[in-house]
Design a protein around this ligand. Structure first.
Ligand code: BGC
Length: 253
C-alpha cells in the first residue's frame, strides 16, 4: 500500500515579500507553486495578516487541515515578536502568534525566518549530515542568521545586527543584499563588505560551515569565490525557499 505524503504549509514573511508554499516533508521540497505577494508598505500587523491570508488563498491546493508554519523577521520568544528591524515598530513586544492564530482561525507554528531557513538546510540541504557549528546567513532586506550546533538550533542569534566599530550602522545595513541594491554596488564591491562580515563571524565563532541563503544565493558564483576565509562557504540548496520549507517542517512537529 502506498504511504501518504506528509505535507505542511510554510509562509515566510520578509521585509520585501510574503511567500508561501505546500511542502513535502519527506523530500523537503515544494509540491505547490510558490506564491509571493509584496509585503505591505509599513508592514503593520493587520496588513501583514491580510497579506498572509491572500498568500494562503492563492495556493493551488486547499491547505485546511495541514500544519501551518509562519516565519517572521524578528526575535521570537514564547509567541511574542520582540524586535522589528525591517517591519513596523508595532511588532515589538507583540503577541504575534496569538494574533495570527485568531486572524487565520487555525493553529500555527511561529519562528524567526532565518532560524527556519537554517532548519531547512540542516534537514534537507547544504548542512545535512554536517557536525559542529553551521552558521546560515540570509542576505536579503536584512541579514538573518541561524546557528546550528550538531543539528540543534540555537534560536534568535541576530548576527545581522553586529555593530561595526566606529560606524553608525550595523552589519546588515552595510552588507545585506539591500545595501548592494541601494548603493548600486558591483559584485566585487559588495564582496569586500561580505569579506569583512564573514571574517568577523569566523573570528567570533570558528564555525565549521557557512551557508548563504536569501534570493541572492542563486548568484553565489558571482561573489562566494571572491571571499577569502578559512571556513567553507556554500549557497543554500533551497535558495529563497528555505524559509517556506523550514517553517513547514517545524509546524509538522
Ligand atoms: C531581523 C532578523 C531577521 C533578518 C532577516 C533582521 O533585520 O532582525 O530577525 O531574521 O532581518 O529577515
Amino acid at each position: 500500500m502506498a504511504t501518504q505524503t506528509r505535507l505542511a504549509v510554510g509562509v515566510d514573511i520578509g521585509g520585501t515579500g510574503i511567500k508561501g508554499g505546500i511542502v513535502d516533508l519527506d523530500a523537503g521540497t515544494l509540491v505547490s507553486e510558490r506564491v509571493k505577494v509584496a509585503t505591505p508598505e509599513g508592514a503593520e500587523p493587520q496588513d501583514v495578516l491580510e497579506t498572509v491570508k491572500e498568500v494562503l488563498s492563492k495556493l493551488d491546493a486547499p491547505t485546511t487541515g495541514l500544519p501551518l508554519g509562519v516565519a517572521f523577521p524578528a526575535i521570537i520568544k514564547g509567541g511574542y515578536t520582540l524586535s522589528a528591524a525591517n517591519v513596523s515598530d508595532s511588532w515589538i513586544n507583540f503577541a504575534a502568534e496569538d494574533f495570527f492564530e485568531k486572524g487565520l482561525d487555525r493553529k500555527i507554528h511561529f519562528a524567526n525566518d532565518a532560524d527556519v531557513a537554517g532548519i531547512a538546510e540542516v534537514r534537507y540541504g547544504a548542512a545535512r549530515d554536517r557536525s559542529g557549528l553551521t552558521i546560515l546567513t540570509t542576505l536579503g532586506t536584512g541579514i538573518g542568521s541561524a546557528m546550528i550546533y550538531n543539528g540543534t538550533l540555537i534560536p534568535n542569534s541576530e548576527l545581522g545586527h553586529l555593530d561595526r566599530a566606529k560606524h553608525k550602522h550595523d552589519a546588515e545595513h552595510y552588507a545585506a543584499y539591500s545595501a548592494m541594491e541601494r548603493e548600486e554596488l558591483s559584485w566585487e564591491k559588495w564582496a569586500k563588505r561580505l569579506q569583512w562580515y564573514y571574517s568577523h563571524l569566523e573570528f567570533l565563532f570558528s564555525p565549521d560551515l557557512f551557508v548563504v541563503g536569501g534570493g541572492v544565493s542563486k548568484h553565489g558564483d558571482k561573489f562566494l569565490n571572491l571571499l577569502d576565509i578559512k571556513t567553507p562557504i556554500v549557497a543554500a540548496v533551497h535558495r529563497n525557499n528555505s524559509g517556506i520549507i523550514g517553517a513547514a517542517a517545524l509546524a509538522a512537529e
